[in-house]
Design a protein around this ligand. Structure first.
Ligand code: ATP
Length: 235
């Protein structure tokens, strides 16, 4: 049984239809990436899975249970966490408080998890008392991912983790994403930078105007002439 199954979802913003029958599967242990141009529906797919924008039609099955329509705040206790595009950390809270918020539904000891986040992102430890809104873009990105990890998710939804980061930091963040996956978290990754995304992903889906037009193992997508031309900046 796959960890996540999205079956033919249709999602709307008012009258605008953003998803026209998206289906995808994420097996436990995988890193799956969604690639596509601006406006293709990548973020909307994550939002629809996560309950921020419940699909009008179709199913989202997580761990064998239908979860479409479950409110976003219940997703975290089911085992789905997200690090949203544009970060959306709590800017007036400190780094520590943000991380604690990520674990708000837990009643057990979270110290170990905080240590794990600090091992992955030593910079956050140095800045533990800093107000999050005053940190750099890259630091806020790290905090958003760290906060998502604090819930010990089975599935981590990552939206554009490389957005606004300097090239060296992009590489670092992807190394960390790989580490997080190796430590046992399944990942669904939305990324503009298809090159790096396909390097760390097991499989990928290509979205165009709200539908999946291609899906294959990442290596195969990297060699696909159409993908190379449209998304990898090669002719
Ligand atoms: P990008 O890489 O630019 O973030 P994306 O593939 O993530 O693109 P989405 O953000 O999912 O694309 O957008 C899919 C479609 O839905 C687009 O046509 C977009 O204009 C539309 N859309 C997204 N958010 C809203 C909104 N809040 N209200 C109305 N339309 C929206």
């Amino acid at each position: 049984m796959p960890l996540l199954e999205v079956e033919n979802i249709h999602s709307f913003y008012g009258h605008i239809q953003a998803l026209r029958g998206v289906s995808l599967v994420v097996e436990e242990g995988e890193v799956v990436t969604l690639i596509g141009s601006n406006g293709a529906g990548k973020t909307t797919t994550l939002r629809s899975i996560h309950g921020v924008l419940p699909p009008k039609e179709g199913k989202v099955i997580f761990d064998g249970e239908e979860i479409q329509g479950t409110p976003a705040h219940d997703m975290i206790s089911r085992g789905i966490a997200q690090s949203p595009e544009g970060r959306k950390i709590f800017s007036r809270m400190t780094v520590r408080e943000n991380l604690e918020m990520g674990a708000y539904h837990r009643t057990d000891d979270i110290r170990e998890d905080m240590e794990r986040v600090f091992d992955l992102f030593p910079r956050l430890k140095e800045r533990i008392k800093q107000e999050a809104g005053t940190m750099s873009g890259g630091e806020q990105q790290m905090l958003a991912i760290g906060r998502a990890l604090m819930s010990r998710p089975k599935l981590l939804l990552l939206d554009e983790p490389s957005m606004g980061l300097a090239p060296v930091l992009v590489e670092r963040i992807f190394q960390i994403i790989r580490e997080i996956n190796e430590q046992g978290t399944t990942i669904l990754l939305v990324e503009q930078n298809a090159n790096v995304a396909l390097e760390i992903a097991t499989r990928g889906y290509v979205l165009e105007t709200g539908t999946v037009v291609n899906s294959a193992p990442a290596e195969k997508l990297r060699q696909d002439p159409k993908v190379r031309e449209a998304y990898l900046g090669e002719i």
